[in-house]
Write a protein that binds this ligand. Structure first.
Ligand code: ADP
Ligand code: MG
Length: 681
């Protein structure tokens, strides 16, 4: 049996079990030993019966003092009972529906039992324990035992046995993917020891060290994969777009570009002039004017006789960008077409023809633009908006689509702390727009108690009477959470506002479970001003532009991440009207109140994201986001930031010395597998 053989080679794994394991993505022996314990049970300490309390889990060494008796309590149900004793006391053991255990036990013999004790008055009981003969102790009892995540049909015991067997036979074949000097520098465990220790640690301390080592390796491999991707792209030749400095574009604008915009444009144009393919992320707070950077690049590409594609995450955003780009670029001689799923067949055909014939320079659409078999005459630039929905996988797919890889520009308003950006965008160069266009008004922000609601309702009324529009955002309620007190769903809030509070106004409801076309229709009605008050879940989070919206009300603001709230706030203050953000505090208290205060004080998205990171850890950045990274088995990216930085530095060092990983064949192979996984997964 070898490391990369199928699990069927293991004793006890038949066709059925193999199928069940497949559900966990466990195909090979290697996959199996890489199925790391979810937790451990410390069965290493042996206790006295007399010292055990109700609900305690423990090991005891005890003699069976009465003959096991099986009794039927109901049809199909039986109990096996007997007593055990040690020098301190005794207990009654009960097995439920396991009559065969009486054959494995002999009166007068000593066993080690492990299980959860119940104490009722003076009577100590033990239900369904694990046990071994004392002489054989050390497998299931008397040590630290792994606890695995399971799937239907596979028991803890079966999985434990299979993994132990796999380790025994194949651990020797494991190769260290980390360079020796890295292992030395960080005092890490060797790979074979790490695998043994994570499954069967002598102490919990040892398990931790093993985990540390495996986390390091996993992040190192990921960093090496992204790094080598970046290296390859750096070498890949791209369409040369020479001699552009963006001045013709800038001159056509009704305003002066900010210094940060100019810098980002210069960096992007520099990439495209270099003869290599650009892979650049433009990161900037909501409203920082990222679209101008895209427009400048599109303009340059079209002037050089090539085509560009701009992809937005929703049709509504595609519509908006279509208008923006048409207004901006048509006067500069760039023909713009819109291409989206909901268009009629005729419109689609015409747009496609224009693209295939090279009559149109820019196609604006949703991400489906590239997958729907649209032919370009000479696509040289692909721009995507809202990066977090466009991961490594999609980037790889896109690069594979055209003969020479097109230049890629991605834009993100998700302010991500630098450390996290490093790994999420490890294969991209980054431009940061850290400056807002002049004259931008601060959105006045208040965190308020429930008692303020009547006043807020009057305030909403006043703004609507003045002709403004209002967002009311409610947290998403997870399934099984419906009974959470005081947490009202968007639908409930909508009903109440519509029938009781603001029956005189036009309200709309938007939530994630609606059909895409219905969502678009509601959003369009809000954009056109037909809907005055829009009640929604966080679906409005992504860059929709409604300059007339001047108030963002957030219900149960304590249920949101700070950065998310900041994004929501960015939906208002986009026009000439004084704008406000009202955060209903909910019941959070404590930390959450402190968080909301940070938002009231602070307007800078990057600073807020750092504050968020400090206050509640980085889980939020990864929680629900589709970040398009390969699946990690062991590392929780969010919880391993420091390790991530170290692993990244080590990987960079290695790639510097050995860019093709030729001298590290085992690592090279694994990196290739990770990248394949990122494409398929
Ligand atoms: P975002 O970075 O959120 O995508 P946009 O590109 O949509 O921001 O820009 C937000 C608004 O600011 C748009 O209405 C845009 O026309 C305007 N804008 C962009 N750059 C400038 C600038 N340098 N001066 C003034 N207004 C600008
Ligand atoms: Mg935008």
């Amino acid at each position: 049996m070898h490391l990369y053989d199928g699990v069927r080679y293991l004793k006890g794994i038949g066709e059925q079990r193999a199928k069940q394991l497949e559900k966990l993505d466990i195909l090979t022996v290697y996959d199996l030993i890489s199925w790391f314990p979810r937790s451990y049970e410390d069965r290493s300490v042996v206790r006295w019966l007399s010292e055990l309390g109700d609900g305690e889990s423990a090991c005891v060494r005890a003699v069976v003092v009465s003959t096991p008796i099986v009794s039927r309590i109901r049809k199909g149900m039986n109990l096996t009972r007997f007593r055990i004793a040690d020098d301190s006391g005794s207990a009654e053991v009960t097995f439920f529906n396991q009559p065969y255990v009486k054959n494995n036990l002999s009166v007068g013999m000593r066993y080690t039992f492990y299980g959860r004790f119940q104490k009722n008055g003076n009577r100590l009981g033990l239900l369904n324990p694990t046990f071994e003969r004392i002489e054989a102790e050390g497998k299931k009892t008397g040590r630290i035992v792994p606890v695995y995540r399971l799937t239907a049909g596979i028991t803890q015991r079966a999985l434990t046995d299979a993994i132990a067997q796999a380790l025994e036979n194949c651990a020797g074949e494991l190769r260290d993917l980390l360079p020796e000097e890295t292992v030395q520098r960080f005092g890490l465990m060797g790979i074979r020891e790490a695998y043994r220790s994570i499954h069967w640690p002598q102490t919990l301390q040892e398990a931790l060290r093993a985990r540390e080592r495996l986390v390091f390796e996993e992040l190192f491999v990921l960093a090496a994969a992204l790094g080598s991707l970046k290296g390859e792209r750096k070498k890949a030749s791209g369409y040369p777009i020479p001699g552009e400095d963006g001045s013709a574009f800038a001159a056509a604008l009704p305003f002066t570009l900010t210094g940060a915009q100019q810098r980002a444009i210069r960096e992007a144009l520099g990439d495209m002039a270099s003869g290599r393919a650009m892979n650049r992320l433009v990161q900037g707070d909501v409203g920082s004017g990222k679209t101008m950077v895209a427009a400048a690049c599109i303009h340059a590409v079209c002037r050089a006789g090539y085509q560009a594609a701009f992809m937005a995450p929703t049709e509504l955003l595609a519509d908006q960008h279509f208008q923006t780009f048409s207004r901006l670029l048509e006067p500069l001689g760039v023909r713009v077409v819109l291409l989206k799923g909901s268009m009629g067949a005729k419109g689609k055909r015409e747009a496609r023809e224009k693209l295939a014939l090279g009559e149109a320079g820019l196609a604006v659409g949703t991400h489906a633009l590239l997958s729907e078999g649209v032919e370009f005459q000479n696509l040289a630039l692909a721009v995507t908006d809202e990066q977090h929905r466009f991961g490594v996988r999609q980037r790889a797919a896109l690069a594979a689509k055209t003969a020479a890889p097109p230049h890629i520009l991605v834009m993100s308003a998700t302010p991500i702390p630098r450390t996290l950006a490093l790994i999420l965008y490890g294969d991209l160069d980054v431009s940061v727009i850290d400056e807002l266009p002049p004259g931008r008004q601060k959105v006045e922000t208040y965190a308020v108690e429930e008692s303020m609601r009547p006043r807020i309702e009057r305030f909403i009324s006043r703004l609507v009477e003045e002709g403004r529009q209002v967002y009311v955002v409610c947290p998403m309620i997870e399934e099984g959470e419906e009974d959470v007190q005081d947490l009202r769903s968007a639908a409930e809030v909508y009903e109440q506002l519509r029938t009781e509070v603001f029956p005189q106004y036009r309200l709309g409801l938007l939530h994630g479970k609606m059909k895409a076309s219905d969502k678009e229709a509601v959003m369009a009605a809000f954009v056109s001003g037909e809907i005055q008050i829009l009640v929604s879940t966080t679906v409005v989070e992504v860059g929709v532009d409604v300059p007339n919206a001047a108030l963002m009300v957030v219900e149960n603001a304590d249920r949101f991440g700070l950065s998310q709230l900041h994004q929501l706030r960015g939906r208002v203050g986009r026009g000439k009207h004084k704008s406000y953000c009202i955060l209903f505090k909910g019941k959070g208290g404590g930390v959450s109140s402190e968080r909301l205060d940070a938002l009231v004080r602070e307007n800078d998205g990057f600073r807020i994201s750092e504050e968020d990171l400090r206050l509640r850890g980085p889980g939020d950045f990864f929680g629900s986001r589709q970040h398009g990274l390969p699946t990690l088995h062991i590392a929780d990216l969010a919880a391993s930031l420091d390790v991530l930085k170290e692993a990244q530095a080590e990987a960079a060092r290695l790639l510097e010395a050995d860019p093709g990983l030729e001298r590290h064949p085992a690592l090279k192979e694994r990196v290739a597998a990770v990248l394949r996984g990122a494409e398929n997964g």
